[in-house]
Design a binder for this molecule. Structure first.
Ligand SMILES: NC(=O)c1ccc[n+]([C@@H]2O[C@H](COP(=O)([O-])OP(=O)(O)OC[C@H]3O[C@@H](n4cnc5c(N)ncnc54)[C@H](OP(=O)(O)O)[C@@H]3O)[C@@H](O)[C@H]2O)c1
Length: 233
């Protein structure tokens, strides 16, 4: 079995990579990183990708030469060079919204599209890490415009993918997943004052691994929590 983990240099992605690297029967793991990473098992083939750069995403096609049976996209941004999550309309900046949209929605969907010929093997399962705050129906607090809008766009892309790919001869299972609040670089600054316990990246990855390995085609097109419960889109 071959696995692709996009964003394998991040908190959840790296912990998941280590679980797949130990799984019996794994032949190749394609792992994308953005900033430099230290290596892992010999089955891991690292590929540098900038999801903010369409040319970098397009180049993926030349670097993946095996059929992929598991696609797990663990990339994403909440804050960065373009600024912090917006608390009010006054903080909206077009450049940040566009960058969030490119990295969180356009990049992951384009990467899947570029590799679609490699994603048609039997029992292909794809999970894209989204976020509950990307649910339009569930939005009660507002704010975080760029992150919420880009994750809502990602969610729509995943739903479209699941519908289109259900017409493939070998039926894939494609889902959006909310990983739950997890201590990583992405969340650290926003969870310091949180009273409820926050899960570690290793605990999150263990549940994500179980979820992906138990997915069935009937779940395709859903937005799931790690325990398999559905969230509203
Ligand atoms: N942590 C949470 O509480 C939480 C909650 C809900 C949803 N999520 C979602 O879970 C996913 C994983 O997040 P995480 O918590 O593991 O965060 P993380 O540790 O910051 O990992 C995010 C990954 O995305 C990569 N990335 C960022 N910009 C990129 C770019 N332009 N091109 C390619 N890769 C890029 C990062 O690479 P570099 O670091 O090298 O830039 C990193 O590997 C994200 O989709 C996030 O939205 C997380």
């Amino acid at each position: 079995m071959n696995v692709m983990i996009v964003g394998a240099g991040g908190g959840i992605g790296r912990a998941l990579l280590e679980l797949y690297a130990r799984m019996p029967g794994i032949q190749r793991i394609y792992a994308t990183h953005h900033r430099p990473v230290s290596s892992c098992a010999s089955t891991v083939h690292w590929i540098q990708v900038d999801l903010g750069d369409p040319d970098s995403v397009a180049a993926l096609a030349q670097q993946v030469d095996q059929p992929i049976n598991r696609w797990i996209c663990c990339s994403g941004i909440l804050a960065g060079a373009h600024g912090q999550p917006e608390k009010t309309l006054r903080q909206l900046a077009a450049a940040k919204l566009q960058h969030d949209y490119q990295v969180n929605a356009v990049g992951p969907l384009s990467a899947f599209s570029v590799l679609a010929p490699r994603l048609r093997d039997t029992d292909m399962r794809a999970a894209f890490l989204s976020a509950q705050v990307g649910s339009i129906e569930d939005n009660r607090l507002g704010g975080w415009y760029g992150y919420r809008m880009s994750k809502a766009a990602l969610n729509m892309g995943i739903k479209c993918l699941a519908i289109e790919c259900s017409r493939w001869r070998s039926l894939p299972t494609i889902v959006a997943v909310h990983p739950g609040t997890t201590t990583t670089n992405l969340s650290r600054a926003f969870t310091k004052t949180r009273k409820e316990p926050v899960q570690s990246a290793a605990a999150c990855a263990a549940q994500l691994f179980e979820l992906v390995e138990s997915l069935v085609p009937e779940q395709s097109g859903r937005f799931l929590r790690l325990n398999g419960q559905s969230l509203p889109w």
